[in-house]
Write a protein that binds this ligand. Sequence first.
Ligand code: MG
Length: 400
Amino acid sequence: MGTMDLQDGAQVRRIAVLGCTGSIGRDALDLAIRHPDRLRVVTLACNRDVDGLLEAAERFRPEAVAAADPWAAGVLASRLDGSGIRVVSVVEAAAWPTVDVTLVAIAGVAGLRPAMAAVETGKRLALANKESLVAAGAALLRLAHRSGSEILPVDSEHAGLFAALQGVRRGSLRRLWLTASGGPLRGSSAADVAAATPERALRHPTWPGMGRRITVDTATLLNKGLEVIEAHHLFDAGEHAIGVVVHPQSVVHAIVELADGSLLMQASRPDMRLPIAFALAYPDRWAPPEPAIPPTGLPDLQFQPPDREAFPCLDLAYAALRAGGTAPAVLNGADEVAVARFLAGEFPLGHIPRLLEAVLGQHKGGAEEPELDEALAADAWARERAAAWRPAAIARGASR
Ligand code: MG
């Protein structure tokens, strides 16, 4: 509910950039440099990249900064002593009184409390943190309903759906489609995918420069599964109303299928600055950082059904959505540990879905619509189980 200035006719949006040293955060700061008349950076937060945050602080002169890591927060306090820039907690930076839009681009469950704080104080939440919706979507939406806060997705597929759904009546909707690039292992056999090493899984064809966990999640398609759960919360759609289609060019981000058979597609260059700008500017639209792709410049567009045998994580996510309660929080928490173990060389890619299935199988329901604390407890439980998981002895004769 912060106030918006009028400056030369442009609305200045005062933004909090949480996770400012990650890839989404840096993209957001790039937009702030391109649109100095429209965006003012008021608070910044990082996890522990103090140098990255201080560099941004020098450029944008925010009112307050934060670091999630206590050691990093201590360094910030001493380096900014006497600068007039306050060092606060990440939650305070999220809910800072003069902020209009809080971008939560913090990775992992650490993003939950700041996202809740922004929504509780009625700010627009530009949400790039998947966990907030996957683990605690119902609680976050209840809070937004109460405070009147808007939640705008920064994920390219959800931003695309949000845009394509403008003016569409609920009764005219048939299905929401999320597109998936298919990741670096698209087209590989199930055995090949299962045997993939970190080196192969990290080579993303159309979205380079993403974080390591999300890149591995695109290789297993779990990322798309988590996005199905996100879409369920954001658009109040059941599992049968959300489909996934593999689209290797990553130009069409979302498809809205209408009752009369029309398909509304949202297409743009695969550049995360576009969905970030959409979430910050909505309902306005700003000129893109790179020239737009004209219709004549579109590549040949292909759409294929996902290979559910080679990528079982997709159906595990649908199963977690169906189970409801804290199952999605468990899936996400277990996956974060599974990916870390995979990247550490402990096992090949195919063990990730096996681990997830095992942990989900041990999990007992939980609350129907978990509150934040229940979601966090389920996440912690899942991490413990995922860390303790050992692959069962390989069936006799299956390995040589
Ligand atoms: Mg996405």
